[in-house]
Design a protein. Sequence first.
Length: 230
Amino acid sequence: MGVNMQMAVIANRYVNLRGTGNFFNYSLRNVSVNGLEASGTLNFATAGASVDFYPFPSHGFRLSPGAMFLNRNQMTATVIAPGGTSFTLDGYTYYSSQANPVTGAATLGLNTQTPAFTMTTGWGNMIPRRGGHLSFPLEIGAAFIGPPSVSMALTSGQVCADAAGTIGCVNIVGNSQIQSNLEAQRAKYQNDVNPFRYYPIFSLGVAYSFNLTGRGEASPAARPIGQGRP
């Protein structure tokens, strides 16, 4: 999920309450999909809370049910078929106009279900019960985000009858056959991603306990430093 920051407080000897925030952006350039060239950005931004249950407080193993209240994880892209090149939609081949190339946009959403239930397990207590300040928490689990959503649109340009992209060109906007093939292609992509309803969580970081009362078992808060969730 990207760069991760957390804060925790003690509820009792066995339980911490923890808040989490994540953010990360990654750019993609010139990825070919069925002849269309896509460029875009992976945007990750989430926030949630969890209850950390330590059945053996002195050892650090935990179980952590929680919820992701904010989820803006998605990929957005612009697409283009350079003039004179071909692309396919639902098995049909089209040629992009030299004078007016085809352009469009697409989105893959990883945030269908909000809030999303999360379940993780791990090792390491952000507020050590034996005192001390530093800990190295490890976390692994999943967020139950629902099936990803796929949207696609061709917004401008013309397709032509010849490979050179110069003969028999028609606008894609308003062409029922092209739009029907586009929707059929989108439905195929949607069917491909439907099984991926669970987003993996992996986190490894460093936490510092302020230990404001001078004792780990009563220390009210800790803040992690440099924790990440790929």
